[in-house]
Design a protein around this ligand. Structure first.
Ligand code: FAD
Length: 324
């Protein structure tokens, strides 16, 4: 029998995050011939974003627009989404494993008195159960989890479950719901974005990451150029961040962002276990390092032993020539 699955969409400044579409695809696996219902919160008219969720496979979408939802707060979004959950009574709830997803979903799960599977990379049906695969021990192993009782509630790691193709001919109702959002104790004075330009690191398909071997903030410029040529984002090791070569918002690893791009180019990064925790599940890893014994080569699919200051400019030239 089909299930009703709610997908909590996420938008930033009027653009839906890709992981919303990936969560819709995962929800389709669970819903079977049931229904995938999207929910979106914000302060403006969200109907066109709702239609976009429909184009990516949602059967219908509920939008909650309220001035109190202009900025994310767990209290405000929690109230709005709980109101939708109470109306809809879904059997499954999915959201992206993003900063907001990580903050909001445990609170919702505790209100619903259900379990939460966080950071799932695969969702599949086995013997009537929905099995979620998630990395453990900093990505060194994977565990499979099921929720046997209560709402099936999970967050989905970005860049792992392919979204359905966008199809503008899909139809579905987008309805606005009024929620009296009140008693918000958190006051957001200002939002300062450190990486407002370019591709979002956690959703980037290509990442060029620099380490301490890059030697200075100027040393990051060729990496930025390579990332631009490839249409990717720049990341960094903690070594590079600690040395002041780049902002901590770029840090990848155990205490930074966890990424799973299609292509990860590690430049002047030794491959410490804490760095690998954030990137070792990338689909293809290329390492550039002058030390042939560097640990990064143990996880790399392709390795270039050489001086990054020679190799990176050559790569940029080559990529430009072949017109990537
Ligand atoms: P290094 O280890 O110094 O490596 C620099 C590399 O550059 C070397 O391999 C060298 O051969 C190469 N190199 C130098 N010059 C050149 C050149 N001209 N051309 C080519 N190659 C060159 N680290 C993270 O990255 N992310 C985390 O989230 C993180 N969390 C941590 C949490 C804890 C609790 C702890 C204790 C540590 C954490 N670390 C983390 C730090 C981690 O242990 C390493 O210290 C760090 O990853 C090293 O960064 P690096 O590889 O850039 O620097």
């Amino acid at each position: 029998m089909g299930k009703k699955v709610l997908v909590i969409g996420e938008q930033r400044e009027g653009t839906l995050r890709n992981v919303t579409f990936e969560a819709i695809a995962a929800a389709k696996t669970i819903s079977g011939d049931g229904e995938v219902v999207g929910v979106l919160c914000g302060s403006e008219d969200l109907s066109s974003l709702g239609q976009e969720m429909v184009a990516y496979g949602a059967d219908r979408v509920i939008t909650v627009s309220n001035e109190a939802l202009k900025q994310y707060t767990s209290e405000g979004f929690g109230q709005a989404i709980m109101a939708v959950i109470q109306d809809e009574n879904p059997e499954g709830i999915l959201m992206g494993h993003t900063a907001i997803g990580k903050d909001l979903t445990p609170k919702l799960a505790s209100k619903l008195e259900t379990g939460l599977i966080s950071d799932a990379t695969v969702v599949e049906e086995t013997g009537g159960n929905f099995v979620f695969t998630r990395p453990i021990y900093s990505g060194k192993a994977f565990e499979k989890k099921i929720i046997t009782d209560g709402v099936i509630f999970a967050t989905i790691r970005p860049n792992n479950i392919p979204a359905l193709d966008k199809d503008e001919s899909r139809t579905g109702e987008v309805t606005a719901k009024d929620v009296d959002v009140k008693d918000i104790r958190t006051i957001i004075q200002d939002v300062i974005r450190k990486t407002s330009e370019g591709v979002d690191l956690s959703e980037a398909k290509i990442i060029v990451a620099g380490g301490r071997g890059v030697k200075s903030s100027e040393g990051f410029e060729p990496l930025e150029e390579l990332a631009n040529v490839l249409g990717g984002a720049v990341g960094a090791s903690r070594g590079a961040c600690d040395a002041g070569y780049c902002d901590y918002s770029l840090q990848i690893g155990q205490t930074g962002k966890v990424v799973t791009p299609d292509l990860y180019i590690a430049v002047g990064i030794s491959g410490a276990i804490q760095h690998l925790a954030g990137m070792s599940n990338s689909k293809v890893i290329v390492a550039i390092n002058k030390d042939p014994e560097a640990n990064i080569f143990n996880v790399a699919d392709y390795g270039i032993v050489g001086d990054l200051f020679d190799v990176v400019p050559k790569l940029i030239e080559e990529m430009k020539q072949i017109g990537v």
